[in-house]
Write a protein that binds this ligand. Structure first.
Ligand SMILES: [Mg+2]
Length: 84
C-alpha cells in the first residue's frame, strides 16, 4: 500500500504549529470511542470516524516531519515480522 504524504501538507497548513497537538487530540478521541464501545455503547461509526482522523493525523505528521512511506512501511513490517 503506497501512501503519498504530500497531500497531507494541507492539514499542516491548516493547523500550523498546533497540528501535532491536534493529532494528540484525535488519538485521544479514538481512545474514548474504543473505550465506550468496549463498555457496550453501539458506536462503531464513531470508531471509524476517529480512526480516519487518526489516520489523517499520522499522515500529516509524516508529512510534517519529512518521513517517507517507505520508512513507515519498513517500521510496520519489522514489527509485524517480529511480533506476529
Ligand atoms: Mg476526531
Amino acid at each position: 500500500m503506497a501512501i503519498d504524504f504530500k497531500p497531507y501538507a494541507a492539514v499542516n497548513n491548516h493547523w500550523g504549529d498546533k497540528m501535532p497537538l491536534m493529532a494528540c487530540e484525535e488519538m485521544a478521541e479514538l481512545i474514548q470511542a474504543i473505550s465506550k464501545f468496549e463498555r457496550g455503547k453501539d458506536n462503531k461509526q464513531d470508531i471509524i470516524t476517529e480512526m480516519a482522523d487518526v489516520w489523517i493525523s499520522c499522515c500529516a505528521l509524516a508529512n510534517r516531519y519529512d518521513i517517507s512511506e517507505a520508512e513507515v512501511g519498513e517500521a510496520i513490517w519489522k514489527k509485524m515480522d517480529r511480533r506476529y
